[in-house]
Design a binder for this molecule. Structure first.
Ligand SMILES: [Zn+2]
Length: 342
């Protein structure tokens, strides 16, 4: 593609790709938010951009890296002095039970990381994956950075709930949205990581465009959230008590971002289940399903008036919007359950 020299191996992120591939390097911003569902390549994209900026082979584009220079070698080894990343679900700040998360970046660390110029490179990239701010102090550290950003420093935040970030923070970043991946992209990533073809085909078929979800489907330990979400949906539409304990909303060892991610997962799966339920009741048994493996569960669901079903689909969309704000995860789940009830 135009605007890439060397390697830039990503799936998805079409908006971000179009943006960076055509961006004049002198217009590179100090801050980007990559927003979108879990498992659609936001962090991979951020890492590829970081490597592109830190690659020492001269090129005319922002995107692309050689893979062999000293900068690339350090980056791949995880020891490049100008790349800072907090991956996984993190909390920035010093309180609220965050001591249990040893990957936490404190606000003071953040201030220091953001005040340094590139050590080896003219760029310095700070990637904060699945970011959430535990304290105002932490958010202020980031705001302070934007008052006088050192040249060449680029901060990339990834989040599945951009609405949960302070408006004052969000407005200082350029936000690029990442959508669900096409099934073939999910399958390609699974195959490239050594998953057997028939398992890759099965998992990508029902993963709803998320590599993380596809991996969870392949990983028996994680199958629980998916099965529990579909069971929760079935109970909710029957008006029966729905067990939400798998969301671990009362578990204080989980960060707000982790709970939001679990609720986001529930909503995505409920959205698929609701669409399947509507399709089955409108078009009959031979309609293609988003979660074909849940057919036997769907067979146990009651029927409902078509108008009510359309309203229900809209309500699931409302719940998804609510979940991307800082409304508490528990309230979002209650809202969804009430909307699904007969
Ligand atoms: Zn290089």
């Amino acid at each position: 593609m135009k605007g890439i020299e060397g390697t830039f191996d990503v799936v998805g992120g079409h908006a971000a790709l179009a943006y960076f591939a055509t961006l004049d390097p002198s217009r590179l911003s100090h801050g980007y938010i990559f927003s979108g569902p879990v498992g659609v390549g936001k962090k991979t994209f951020a890492r590829r951009i970081a490597q592109s900026l830190l690659c020492e082979t001269p090129k005319a584009t922002l995107l692309g890296y050689c893979g062999t220079c000293a900068g690339c070698t350090l980056f791949v080894a995880g020891t490049h002095p100008d790349f800072v990343s907090s991956e996984g679900r993190i909390k920035i700040g010093g309180d609220g039970g965050s001591a249990l998360h040893d990957e936490d970046l404190s606000a003071r660390d953040l201030v220091r990381e953001l005040s340094l110029h590139g050590y080896r490179s003219r760029y310095r990239v700070v990637m904060l994956g699945d970011v959430s701010f535990a304290t105002h102090e932490a958010a202020n550290a980031l705001l302070k950075f934007f008052e006088e950003p050192p040249s060449g420093v680029v901060v990339i935040l990834t989040t599945n709930a951009p609405g949960s970030l302070l408006a004052t923070i969000r407005s200082r970043f350029i936000e690029l949205a990442f959508g669900p991946l096409p099934r073939v992209d999910v399958e390609r990533v699974l195959l490239a990581s050594g998953v057997a073809p028939e398992r890759a085909a099965f998992a990508s078929e029902i993963a709803l465009g998320s590599i993380a979800r596809a991996r969870a489907i392949l990983d028996d330990d994680d199958l629980g959230v998916r099965d529990a979400s579909y069971a929760w949906f079935a109970n909710a539409v029957r008006g029966e008590p729905a067990d939400a304990s798998f969301l671990r909303l009362d578990d204080r060892s989980l960060s707000g971002a982790e709970k939001r991610a679990l609720v986001g997962e529930l909503i995505e799966l409920v959205r698929a289940a609701a669409r399947d339920w509507v399709a089955l009741s409108v078009a009959g048994a031979n309609v293609p399903l988003l979660a074909a493996d849940q057919q036997s569960l769907y067979a146990t669901l009651p029927t409902r008036d078509p108008k009510a079903m359309v309203a229900l689909l809209a309500a699931v969309g409302d719940a998804a919007r609510l979940a991307s704000t800082n409304v508490s995860a528990g309230l979002v789940v209650d809202y969804l359950r009430v909307q699904l009830a007969p």
